[in-house]
Write a protein that binds this ligand. Structure first.
Ligand code: IPE
Ligand code: IPE
Ligand code: MG
Length: 243
């Protein structure tokens, strides 16, 4: 009997390569971002259909503000457009949308849209879609550390109460399982300040394919590769291990 394929509970994707995709076509980088949005739509629906529980997409890093102002505003405009256009569909597919990152740097319009979209979908029981926007892995650890420090200063906890579990409780996505599989498109082998704390025991899958060209079958290939990995979590080989 063939073993049933294991679907990772939590998949995180660094969607890289939009700019190069456009440049290869002698088009503006922003055209690449638009093409990237199409790939997002397909991959989100596919993830929901194969019962992935949590999908976390890196949309805008805390370092992406370094890009030319025109590109930054085009990216933010695209984010607003996508939220407006997709939220009803996501809701009707029982998807719960959650934004992670420091949204206080966004303008009021975008902040309000984010709050509304999260509110609308908060009770949905299907796929959880985390969009990392103005997110940085170091920012995430730092904001948790600040909360811990505040709790100590206010006398609510002692220093010894800062266990891994307690520290984790103030991290983004603490209510979800740690990331099982990280996928990076676009040919770079780095993490670019995406999730740090949450990927302690993740498996990694890198592909040269540029994000706008990423397809369901490539997603499947990543999951198949994940199935061939032996996760030991610091222990020894476990024959009974199921995912
Ligand atoms: C990733 O594509 C999307 C964002 C960072 C928003 P890039 O824009 O980084 O594309 P490349 O890496 O320049 O090709
Ligand atoms: C990572 O891609 C950020 C996102 C995909 C949102 P970058 O293109 O910003 O990463 P670097 O600069 O190549 O490390
Ligand atoms: Mg890039």
């Amino acid at each position: 009997m063939t073993k049933e394929r294991c679907i990772p509970s939590h998949v995180a994707i660094i969607m890289d390569g939009n700019g190069r995709w456009a440049q290869q076509r002698n088009q503006l980088r922003t055209i690449g971002h638009r093409a990237g949005l199409k790939a997002v739509r397909k991959i989100v629906m596919y993830a929901a259909s194969i019962n992935i529980k949590v999908l976390t997409l890196y949309a805008f890093s805390s370092e992406n503000w370094k890009r030319p102002e025109k590109e930054v505003s085009a990216l933010l405009a695209l984010f607003i457009y996508a939220l407006n256009r997709e939220i009803k569909k996501l809701n009707s597919h029982n998807v719960r949308l959650n934004i992670i990152g420091d949204i206080s740097r966004f303008n009021n319009e975008l902040q309000n849209m984010i709050i509304k979209a999260q509110q609308l979908t908060k009770d949905n029981s299907g796929l959880v879609l985390n969009i990392a926007a103005n997110y940085g892995g170091r920012w995430d650890i730092l904001q948790s550390a600040k909360k811990m420090a505040t709790q100590v200063v206010e006398g609510k906890i002692s220093v010894d109460d800062i266990t891994e579990d307690h520290f984790n409780s103030a991290m983004s996505m603490s209510e979800f399982p740690d990331v099982d599989l990280v996928i990076r498109t676009g040919g770079e082998y780095r993490i670019s300040n995406f999730l740090l704390w949450q990927i302690a025991y993740s498996e990694f899958y890198f592909t040269d394919v540029l994000w706008p060209d990423f397809t369901q079958s490539l997603f499947d290939e990543a999951i198949n590769k994940f199935n061939n990995r032996e996760r030991r979590f610091g222990g020894v080989r476990n024959e009974d291990h199921t995912c």
